[in-house]
Design a protein around this ligand. Structure first.
Ligand code: GN1
Ligand code: MG
Length: 350
């Protein structure tokens, strides 16, 4: 995929004067870095198979940019730049695009290397949600309906088992059994949905480490990738940090002997998150800090395996067993997370 001169021009760039290169490892949107003299920008093409209403994304970003400017003027927020037509999102040659300024001196990480980084990320994502605590989450539009509705994710998995690729179902027999045996994780989510003490909050929904920009001293600068910002529960954000920071290798790792939960990182995430979140969480919410990890790791295992069984229609695959391996990786992570439950909770006040 390359970027047409037309797209660049709509955002005020002269295609003959800039350099455009792919950026990052996101599975859903296409991201590029535009170098223009001493300045750099990040261009994204929105995947409209996933985000069926890209204007909802633009609406949400504008809403929180205004809210943060009014209520937390010191909060560092990177808003998209306007096109030559004054829009933050443009429909060009059958695609939706937007451009952010590149934050100078920033870098993104793909894995968490130490407790300091885990603390910093926990802190930044906690701060983000608490800065938006006074915003009525229902004013945000829903960019992907039922995105983290674990009940529905389980149903999608169950229906893939009846309509999906039979060879792939046979090949995943053990993984299917494991996920069925752990359906109680999805069932527990039902009690959260009906508990009035679980607040619907402005939730990021994709708190992997690459969605936080760090400076050269490894201090967090700001959170990025706000496409899935919408009403949700805190367990999505805290849980995705557990899912993606606890282990020293990512969901792409196929040597499963390397998959292990690091209790010191768990504690650092929780300490950072609670510092950023302040006293935002209710008692019922704080009681489910450990569950947040079960919720997200289990959901990601379900989503990868469902996609494998459905011939990789959602995530795509670089090789035939790609989503099978990703699902197996997440199951291994879940096993270790369950096994270390006691150790993780020692010294954590919940
Ligand atoms: C997708 O595209 P990316 O990497 O930002 C997915 C997340 C998954 C993640 C797994 C919209 O995020 O929910 O956790 O892949 N986003 C969407 O790597 O489905
Ligand atoms: Mg994302």
């Amino acid at each position: 995929m390359s970027v047409s001169a037309n797209v660049l021009e709509v955002f005020g760039f002269d295609a003959s004067l800039v350099e455009v290169k792919p950026l990052g490892e996101g599975l859903i949107n296409h991201t590029y870095i535009i170098s223009s003299g001493n300045d750099a920008y990040v261009l994204q093409k929105i995947n409209t198979a996933v985000f069926k209403n890209p204007d909802a994304i633009a609406h949400n970003i504008q809403l929180i940019a205004g809210y943060l400017a009014a209520h937390s003027p010191d909060y560092y927020f990177v808003a998209p730049i306007s096109s030559v037509h004054g829009n933050q999102m443009e429909y060009i040659d059958e695609g939706y695009y937007r451009v952010f300024p590149y934050v100078n001196g920033s870098h993104a990480k793909t894995v968490v290397q130490n407790e300091e980084q885990a603390f910093e990320a926990g802190y930044q994502f906690g701060l983000f949600t608490s800065a938006l605590n006074g915003l009525d989450a229902n004013d945000l539009q829903i960019t992907i309906p039922d995105f983290h509705n674990l009940t529905l994710r389980y149903e999608q998995f169950a229906s893939a088992l009846t309509s999906g690729n039979q060879d792939r179902i046979t090949a995943s027999k053990n993984q299917i059994q494991y996920l069925q045996d752990h359906k109680w994780i999805a069932d527990f989510f039902e009690t959260i949905k009906t508990n009035p003490n679980f607040k619907l909050r402005a939730t990021h929904h994709d708190t992997k480490i690459s969605n936080l920009l760090f400076d050269e001293n490894d201090k967090g600068i700001c959170v990025i990738d706000l496409d899935t910002l919408m009403p949700g529960y805190f367990i999505s954000d805290l849980g995705d940090m557990f899912r993606t920071y606890l282990c020293a290798v990512s969901e792409e790792e196929t040597d499963f002997s390397k998959i292990s939960v690091r209790p010191t990182i768990y504690k650092a995430i929780v300490r950072g998150y609670l510092k950023g979140a302040g006293n935002m969480l209710s008692k019922d919410e704080a009681d489910q800090i450990y569950y947040a990890g079960l919720f997200m790791i289990y959901m990601q295992a379900l989503r990868f395996l469902t996609d494998f069984i459905n011939n990789d229609v959602y995530y795509g695959a670089k090789y035939s067993l790609h989503n099978y391996n990703r699902a197996s990786n997440q199951i291994k992570l879940l096993e270790d997370y369950l096994q270390k439950k006691e150790t993780l909770q020692i010294g954590i006040n919940n």
